[in-house]
Design a protein around this ligand. Structure first.
Ligand code: EPU
Length: 338
């Protein structure tokens, strides 16, 4: 199925709930549709292009003057299986959380800690979603899609995806060029559980036995306690990445704030908690009209109603500046701002 619109309302297509429009909007449900659409009208080559899933990691600062491509490919099937693993190919339009629940119900391990993350399956590899010690790159076998420059179908192996913390080739070199159509996951029939995150372990224990169902439920409990429900309050989850800094820079801050959370990163580097830095800079629970910083997680900027994309962006600039002034740490946005 193909749907095509002009001057299209994007408010239902971004979880910040920002009221903006797209010049053109194209949605399709079959892999072949995209090529047919693009071949049928060469004028698309001149348009700016933006690829959009469920819009849960994007901030529109203004109307989008170009073509939005929204892949909405459904379905999932087992493509391979052995004693230990099962390989599932899933359409990029499937909802991520429903996919996680399906895996947990089938007792396939590897994504249970990633329950309740908003967005589509196709968007998951783009920013290499992660939570509570799991990152999606650990279970991705390959990513299949359509290259808009080459005008052909291409597959990327896990290694070729160049995954790193909240990043991949699809967010860097191939940004808005590679339309993900499906993802092949390698899941585990006898998983090792990831309970390194202390709060998660405690919550799982409250539910009883350590198993996939209880881990999934514990993650849902923790996330719904701390993060706003995007169906009620506009947000895009963590607005900034956790900054990775030199050990010396971290030590300098620790000299003043002994309680600062810090995690080992690559050689000579430390990962700091952006939420903690923003919180300590005094922003947690900040509110100015319809705009604010979430009261339980300072890493999340919220739209309580009619904040504009520009308002949200400007607040993020102020936060960046104040964290830099207080700690000398440069925050990088995790949300895609257009
Ligand atoms: N903290 C504060 N104040 C705050 C927020 C956090 O002091 O307002 C402290 C916490 O007490 C903790 C540390 O900062 O010691 C880290 O906080 P938390 O464990 O809540 O996780 P996070 O680093 O803020 C990251 C991800 C989340 C993911 C959680 C759990 C990023 C950018 N964010 O948040 O992902 O759910 O870990 O693994 O890596 C997302 O990407 O949208 C997202 C929600």
């Amino acid at each position: 199925m193909i749907r095509f619109f002009e001057n299209y309302d994007l408010q239902p297509h971004n979880t910040f709930g920002v009221d903006v429009k797209a010049k053109y909007f194209f949605e399709f449900t079959e892999s072949e549709d995209l090529d047919v659409f693009l071949q049928s009208n060469q004028t698309w080559e001149k348009e700016k292009i933006l690829l959009l899933g469920e819009g849960s990691n994007i901030l529109f600062r203004s109307d989008f003057d170009g073509l939005i491509i929204h892949p909405n490919i459904p379905g999932s099937q087992i493509v391979n299986e052995d004693r230990q693993n099962v390989w599932l190919e899933v359409g990029s339009g499937e909802n991520w959380d429903e996919f996680v629940r399906y895996c947990v119900d089938c007792e396939f391990g590897g994504v249970e800690n990633l329950a309740f993350i908003p967005g589509t399956v196709g968007a998951a590899p783009v920013q290499n979603i992660g939570a509570y010690g799991q990152e999606v790159h650990n279970v991705i076998e390959k990513v299949k899609g359509y290259d808009l420059n080459k005008r052909q179908l291409v597959e990327y192996s896990n290694e070729e995806c160049q995954f790193s913390y909240r990043n991949s080739i699809f967010k860097s070199r191939l940004k808005n060029q590679f339309v993900i159509l499906s993802v092949v996951f390698r899941l585990d029939k006898f998983p090792e559980f990831e309970l390194g995150y202390k709060k998660l372990e405690e919550k799982v224990n409250e539910h009883g036995e350590v198993n996939l169902q209880n881990i999934k439920q514990a993650v849902i409990d923790i996330r719904s306690e701390k993060l706003p429900d995007v169906n009620v309050i506009g947000s895009a989850g963590s607005f900034f990445k956790n900054p990775i800094v030199d050990i010396e820079a971290a030590k300098k801050i620790e000299g003043v704030f002994k309680e600062m959370p810090a995690f080992p990163a690559s050689e000579g580097k430390v990962k700091l908690a952006a939420g903690w830095l923003i919180d300590k800079a005094g922003w947690k629970g900040y509110r100015e009209g319809d705009l604010g910083v979430h009261e339980k997680q300072a890493l999340v900027i919220v739209n309580y109603g009619n904040a504009t994309g520009t308002d949200i962006y400007n607040l993020s600039e102020k936060i960046k500046q104040s964290v830099f002034e207080k700690f000398g740490v440069e925050l990088e946005r995790e949300v895609n701002c257009v």
